[in-house]
Design a protein around this ligand. Sequence first.
Ligand SMILES: C[S@@+](CC[C@H](N)C(=O)[O-])C[C@H]1O[C@@H](n2cnc3c(N)ncnc32)[C@H](O)[C@@H]1O
Length: 270
Amino acid sequence: MATTIPSLTPLQDSLWLTLCGRALDNRSSHRILGDATADRIVRESGYDYSKLHISPSGALNIAHRAKKLDEVAQGFLARNPDGIGLDLGAGLDSRALRIGSADWYDIDFPEVIEARRRLLPKEATPHGTGADLTGPGWLEDLPADRPAVIVADGLIAFLSEEEMVTLVNRLVEHFPSGEIAFNGYSRFAVWAQKHYPGARSIAGLTRFPGFEDPRVPESWNPRIRLVREILCTREPEVAQFPPVLRLFTRLCAPGTALSRRGNVVLHYRF
Ligand SMILES: C[S@@+](CC[C@H](N)C(=O)[O-])C[C@H]1O[C@@H](n2cnc3c(N)ncnc32)[C@H](O)[C@@H]1O
C-alpha cells in the first residue's frame, strides 16, 4: 500500500525533484550515488515522477552533486570528530544515512521535517529542525561551540541573494569554525532553469541571480574562503557516465567557462 503523500506548498514540493532524481539514479545501470532510501521512498509513496520530466542526465547530475556534497561532509567529519553537520533545505534527503553521521541536523520548513519523521527511517534524521531558513532564531537550538560542516543541496536557487548572504553571515557568526558547500548556479544555469523541461516544476519559484566567479561568496563575509570549486565535468565519476554523455562531458571539461554552466559544487571554509 502506498504511503500518503504529504500535502506541501509548491516550494516545499520541490523536494520531489531531487528525491526522484536520486531514486532514478539508483535504478540506472550507470548509477553514481546509489541512494536506495530515496528509491524506496519514491516507490512506497507512489509519487508520479513522470510529471517532473527528469531526463536520465538530469537524474545523473542531481546524484553527482549529492555525492560531491557527501564527500565534503564526510571529509570534514573525519577530520573533526567533534564536528556536527547541517543540511539546509534537507527535503526528504537521507544524507545522514549515506555518510553515517549521528551528529547531523536537517533543517527545512516544519511541514517538511514532519514529513521526514513520517517517511524516513529514524536514523536518517538524528536531529530535525523545522524553520524558515530566511528567518532569525533557528540556530539558537544548535550547538555553538562545535565546528560545523554545512551543506545545501538545491536550496540556494530559492533564496534571493540578500537572503543567502544573511544566512551565511548567521552561520559564520554562530559556529567557531567550519565549512560550507552548496551546488552553485551560474547565470546561464538560472536562465536554463526557467526554460528546461526538467526544471519546469520549479521555474516560477527560483530567485537566486546566479554567479560565475566562485570567489563571490568571499565578499559576503570576511571569514569565508574558497576551498575548491568542484567542476563536475572534471570529477572521476565521469568515467561511469553513459558513453555519449561521457564523451560530451569530456569535451566540455577543459573549458572552465563551459564547465561552470553545468553541475558545480562550491566549497568554502570559515
Ligand atoms: C530542491 S529541494 C532540495 C531538497 C534536498 N536538499 C534534496 O537534495 O533532496 C529544496 C528544499 O529547500 C527547502 N527550502 C526552500 N526555501 C526554504 C526556506 N526559506 N527555509 C527552509 N527550507 C527551505 C524546500 O522546502 C525544499 O525541501
